[in-house]
Design a protein around this ligand. Structure first.
Ligand SMILES: Cc1cc2nc3c(=O)[nH]c(=O)nc-3n(C[C@H](O)[C@H](O)[C@H](O)COP(=O)(O)OP(=O)(O)OC[C@H]3O[C@@H](n4cnc5c(N)ncnc54)[C@H](O)[C@@H]3O)c2cc1C
Length: 612
């Protein structure tokens, strides 16, 4: 998926203008006024959203965000506003935060500043921004429009088609795209646009909209409005996150590790009564007991599944950790090349701008001098600098998250089985006694989630050992570095190097495990001494056969979800699990693309089991 940064300047009449498309960003008669008249007015807003629990708007062509900011302001000013305003927008040429602020309409200066402050790093994919305590969610698809249309996982109440003019940018108005977007209409959905081109109107009509021309804004005599009223039953796009008939009011979260704490927090914030149950006598008693871990995206030359997923997860993690100061150091992480070939491969990505032109604040090359200056040790080869990545104090953060919820936490309690009766999930202990009940349940019990789900799937356990070192062993080294393995010298003095990857049938001797951990890092930094280990942190990573997390609704089980198999990347995957389950439960725009969602759902493992 490719995107280019948008370019903007003023034309000779002072209007924001795109040199790429030789067109102005909005009407010369006033961008804010146009947004109010054409998009809000044409869709019957704000009246149409009044009294609703949620209202979903889809816009094709975000540009300067004028329509979104106008909608945001109207929503804030409306005492009868819907509870949640969910605005999804597609943009293939996103502008910079500075440009959003510099070129916005004078009427929207305050809102534009707010947006610019939250504006994401310009990488392809989905980015979510939250306003007004999360009641307004802006979901941005930075992607070519047709690609984005295939990746939408939600239906809409109102549609704002708003690209540059069809003559200047025909791709934004092509029938294939408009039909693909219109296929996400709900019963009673409306659309409105300044464009009256006959091909455009035909596309809407062929998608089931009743379309009319009406009085236009400013110097345009006409505009188009439409209402979804299909005369035939249309083959609908697969919408995994369509509106549910009912949302559960309570949830059992089984497992209090990274995944469970994240899910519990999101669902608690949405008003569900949450009960957490865990076998351990303390939250973060499983794999999440690790004191510090690294968190970064996993880049690839072809922008593969893991890269897309891990960078989305990293952005979500950064966002969440803002509310937990002191539990992370996300101010950049070096990834050192293990040899010249790897370094050359990385350099090649940057020379060719592949898989996309990385914003420097996200990923750039780093030479050995920079690493020496920042970490205190000189690496053998240069590498990458992951901006916004770093280390997370995993166990203490998970415990803080659980504590802050002030919700029932039942510890020292193994869930032996789950049973659904009279619309409730009940968890039973090993003696067959009920522990707690709720209308829904989320399985965050790592590998035991497979058994509890009742699905015929299995998840593997891979042992990992991380050598604990005395701070003196790496004296002079400050911070963290990753590569084949990682080394962390944390601000609290904790020092760890690791980690091994041991299967059930291939366990290492302690001495072997230690020397393996050490040799990885000595391969990167020759001056790391042959230090004695103080001991190990050891845990079990839960891993699915395809190495992807397992996140989503359990098939054929009402209100049962799972978020597990986080492998070696629990910190970057846990928020994806929580936000995805929230979106699925409430039928809201998903935080990642549809193909990623599909690639995480438990179903995929069922077909695999059948094929064995
Ligand atoms: C050596 C090592 C190093 C690692 N380094 C990193 C790193 O640097 N960065 C990173 O992001 N990740 C790292 N990881 C991976 C990370 O620790 C995991 O991905 C993450 O902790 C998984 O979180 P989780 O919540 O899915 O599972 P867990 O933390 O294991 O939580 C599952 C919980 O479920 C409970 N449970 C299980 N069964 C039941 C049941 N039947 N009833 C009730 N409760 C139950 C368990 O007690 C446990 O608390 C590392 C892992 C290891 C082993």
């Amino acid at each position: 998926m490719m995107i280019s940064s948008g370019k903007i300047q003023r034309d000779n009449r002072g209007c924001p203008y795109s040199p790429e498309f030789s067109d102005i960003y909005a009407s010369r008669d006033g961008a804010y006024q146009q947004a109010r008249f054409v998009f809000l007015g044409g869709c019957g807003l704000p009246e149409r959203w009044q009294g609703k629990d949620q209202f979903v708007i889809l816009e094709n062509g975000f540009g300067l965000g004028t329509n979104f900011l106008t909608v945001l302001r109207a929503w804030r000013e409306d005492p009868q506003r819907c509870e949640r305003l969910l605005y999804t927008a597609i943009e293939g040429f996103p502008l910079s935060a500075q440009d959003l602020e510099r070129y916005c309409s004078v009427e929207l200066k305050t809102e534009a500043k707010e947006l610019a402050e939250k504006w994401p790093v310009l990488t392809p994919g989905v980015h979510q921004i939250f306003f007004d305590e999360g009641k307004v969610v802006l979901t941005l698809y930075f992607s070519e429009a047709l690609q984005a249309a295939k990746q939408l996982a939600c239906s809409f109440d109102a549609f704002f088609p708003d690209g540059f003019s069809p003559k200047k940018n025909p791709a934004m108005w092509q029938p294939k795209l408009l039909k693909s977007l219109a296929a996400h209409a709900r019963e009673g959905s409306v659309l409105s646009t300044w464009c009256v081109a006959s091909d455009v109107r035909r596309s809407f009509m062929e998608s089931g909209f009743d379309v009319q021309k009406t009085v236009g804004f400013g110097h345009k005599s006409q505009m188009t409005v439409g209402r979804y009223a299909p005369r035939f039953s249309y083959r609908r796009a697969a919408l995994p996150f369509d509106r549910p008939k009912r949302v559960p009011r309570s949830v059992l979260v089984i497992g209090a590790g990274l995944a469970g704490a994240a899910a519990a927090e999101r669902l608690h914030a949405r008003g569900l009564n949450v009960t957490i149950i865990d076998t351990s006598f303390v939250p973060a008693g499983g794999a999440s007991a690790i004191r510090w871990g690294v968190a970064h995206a996993q880049p690839s030359a072809d922008d593969n599944f893991l890269f897309r997923l891990s960078r989305s997860g990293l952005f979500m993690l950064q966002d969440t950790l803002k509310r937990y100061p002191g539990y992370s150091e996300l101010n950049g992480l070096f990834q050192m090349a293990r040899d010249v070939e790897e370094l050359a491969r990385w350099q090649h990505w940057f020379e060719r701008g592949k898989p996309f032109h990385f914003p420097r604040t996200f990923l750039r090359l780093a030479d050995t001098e920079e690493v020496l200056e920042r970490l205190g040790y000189q690496p053998r080869f240069g590498g990458l600098m992951h901006g916004g990545a770093g280390i997370v104090s995993i166990a203490t953060w998970v415990r803080e998250r659980v504590n802050r919820l002030r919700t029932p936490v039942i510890l020292n309690m193994r869930v032996d089985r789950l049973e659904r009766q009279n619309g409730l999930w009940t968890a039973f202990d090993t003696f067959g006694a009920p522990i707690a009940s709720a209308e829904s349940a989320v399985l965050c019990a790592a590998h035991d989630s497979a058994r509890l789900s009742g699905l015929p799937i299995s998840l593997d356990q891979w042992k990992g050992r991380l050598t604990l070192l005395s701070p003196e062993a790496t004296a002079g080294f400050e911070g963290a570095v990753t590569g084949p393995g990682y080394l962390i010298h944390a601000p609290d003095g904790w020092c760890g190097i690791g980690a091994t990857y041991e299967s059930a049938d291939k366990q290492l001797e302690a001495a072997q495990a230690h020397s393996k951990n050490l040799s990885h890092m000595q391969g990167l930094f020759p001056q790391i001494p042959k230090a004695q280990g103080l001991g190990f942190y050891e845990g079990f990573r839960c891993v699915a056969s395809d190495r992807r997390p397992v996140i989503g609704k359990v098939p054929h089980a009402e209100d049962l979800y799972m978020s597990c198999a986080m492998g070696s990347r629990g910190s970057v995957f846990c928020e994806i699990g929580a936000r995805l389950i929230e979106a699925e439960m409430f039928g809201e725009p998903a935080p990642i693309e549809a193909d990623l969602i599909k690639g995480l759902q438990p179903e995929r493992l069922l077909s695999e089991e059948k094929n064995v």
